[in-house]
Design a protein around this ligand. Structure first.
Ligand SMILES: [Zn+2]
Length: 554
């Protein structure tokens, strides 16, 4: 088992964390026979296929096939590691954390917790400076001018860092925080020559940046007054709790809407995101403090299969759209592009035209390649050979990146029509741009959306029945252990799982289904176990069914 908790401690936490109560604490469950059901939180659906079994202490979705024990649920639902899931459930059950072999808590974990605590507290401090102090007036006026509602200020926990060199320094002292640690948190800066500390954020509107669980891990500070030379935004540096390029602004508050909508809108800044959110368009994120990275793309891929890039009509924004193409395609995301008409950015567009107009803009956003072709034809003189060739090359190299021959073919046709040339000529030109494959293996890696990888064979119906009987009944295990010869089971994974289930812990006990699942490292095995264990269909006479099955398997 991964992590640094002992098996005994993990089982203690498990015993105190009834899966129906834990899941029911996140969203309502409905009783259905021996189990409970709900709309699946991991995929979009209209009728519930998500089942939780109190008897087996397991969950399984018969739609998307996610399944596992209570730790797995918290891991997947909260996007946290196994260790964090154990910590959360232990805290929920008021069980003091106990680490393996007298080993203390991981020291880096302790530093992270201190840094998070500082961030949480200073966020609160800056919130009250904004709402309640005279010096916050300049920030309040700015927010009023930008039309940011009080509700949004509260929800996004916007604050004000007073215009002083020692406000945060003094705050740290008053709270008993070591200034070296505050410097590590990026809240203050140490002047090397003098060894003195000063505030990083001075006279700025403060946007807390949260991780996916909503914990404050960094800040972005916007300037409120100053000359041209002052940076518009000052962001937290990288710290043990904050890695640039891996965090989205707003995702903690919008992930539910993103799942519901089935796609994510990517916008450029915090104020754009807040304006959209306030206008009711909530399936939106903004990459934080950096350009869009392939890590960003991978994070989004956990939630959706499609993104809509939302950019200003200026060229800088649209060039950015083309630059992020590689990351998005690499993660297997479908892309559309919504261009906000000049002279607007999303914020000003919504203020003038309303949220519904913005939602329509997003709904009707063209696919990336249509957008790209359109733009190339406007940028180049398509009546000249030179212009047509430029369009062909740009278009070809972009479409080739998908490695999807159906898509390539579609844009061969479209490009040919736009340029008034034969599709055969376009096809040849596109082909020339294709890098020569370096061998079969690398070709496969580079071809998202190509052929699907071979699916490992499903177990037979009889093997699935066998698994179900053994996973849903404890009483039957001695009988099965006596009569079942595992060599009769031809499916390797099923055989392995049955063996684990039938290996007694001691004289009288077999491993519980939940414990068994907790010990399985791979998703395929877990799914197979949770699917069998949570199956809601009744199983009237397991002993007889088992013996009948064994006769046919033999
Ligand atoms: Zn599901």
């Amino acid at each position: 088992m991964p992590g640094f908790f002992g098996a005994e401690f993990i089982e203690q936490v498990r015993a105190a964390s009834d899966i129906v109560e834990v899941v029911g604490g996140y969203f309502p469950l409905k009783r259905a026979g021996a189990s409970f059901t709900a709309l699946c939180p991991f995929h979009r659906e209209k009728s519930p296929s998500f089942h939780v079994s109190p008897g087996r202490q397991a969950f399984h979705c018969f739609g998307c096939h996610k399944g596992g024990d209570v730790f797995r649920f918290v891991q997947d639902y909260e996007s946290v590691t196994f260790v964090e899931a154990v910590q959360r459930l232990a805290q929920r059950a008021n069980i003091p954390l106990r680490y393996e072999d007298g080993r203390g808590p991981d020291p880096t974990q302790h530093v992270k917790e201190t840094l998070r605590e500082m961030h949480e507290q200073i966020a609160t401090r800056w919130q009250s400076a904004l709402s309640g102090e005279a010096q916050g007036e300049i920030a309040r006026q700015y927010l009023a001018r930008r039309g940011v509602t009080e509700e949004a200020v509260r929800l996004f926990r916007i604050g004000y860092a007073p215009d002083a060199w020692d406000d945060t320094v003094n705050w740290c002292k008053s709270k008993g925080y070591d200034l070296e640690v505050a410097a590590q948190a990026g809240l203050v800066v140490k002047k090397e020559e003098t060894g003195r500390f000063y505030d990083r954020f001075r006279g700025r509107l403060m946007f807390p940046i949260c991780d996916e669980q909503g914990r404050v891990i960094a800040f972005s500070g916007r300037i409120l007054q100053g000359d041209e030379k002052t940076a518009k935004y000052v962001n937290s540096p990288e710290t043990p709790i904050f890695t640039k390029g891996k965090v989205f602004y707003g995702l903690d508050k919008t992930k539910r809407s993103i799942l519901d909508a089935g796609f994510a809108i990517i916008c450029e800044g915090q104020l754009d995101l807040i304006a959209c959110h306030t206008a009711g368009v909530r399936n939106i994120v903004a990459p934080q403090g950096t350009a869009f990275t392939s890590d960003h793309a991978r994070i989004l891929r956990r939630y959706v299969e499609e993104v809509v890039l939302c950019f200003d009509s200026d060229n800088a924004g649209q060039n950015a759209a083309v630059r992020v193409l590689d990351s998005l395609l690499g993660a297997g995301l479908a892309i559309r592009v919504a261009v906000v008409p000049a002279p607007h950015d999303p914020d000003s567009f919504i203020k003038e035209q309303g949220g519904e107009a913005f939602a329509r803009l997003v709904r009707e956003a063209p696919g990336f390649f249509d957008f790209h072709l359109d733009r190339l034809c406007r940028q180049n003189d398509v009546n000249s050979d030179r212009g047509r060739l430029a369009v062909l090359r740009e278009m070809g190299s972009a479409v080739n990146k998908t490695g999807n021959s159906v898509l390539v073919d579609k844009y061969v046709q479209k490009t040919a029509v736009r340029l008034g040339v034969s599709s055969e000529a376009v096809r040849q030109e596109f082909r020339k741009l294709k890098p020569a494959p370096a061998g079969r293996d690398s070709e496969e890696v580079l071809a998202p959306g190509g052929e699907e990888p071979a699916v490992t064979a499903r177990p037979t119906q009889q093997e699935l029945w066998l698994l179900r009987i053994l996973m849903t009944s404890e009483d039957i295990l001695p009988l099965a252990a006596e009569h079942l010869d595992l060599s009769w089971v031809s499916h390797g994974l099923v055989r392995h799982l049955l063996q684990l289930r039938l290996t007694p812990l001691d004289e009288t006990r077999y491993p519980s289904v939940a414990t068994l699942m907790g010990s399985l490292p791979d998703e395929d095995s877990r799914r197979l176990v949770s699917e069998s264990a949570v199956d809601p269909r009744p199983l009237p006479n397991p002993a007889k069914t088992l013996l009948d099955l064994l006769t046919t398997l033999r």
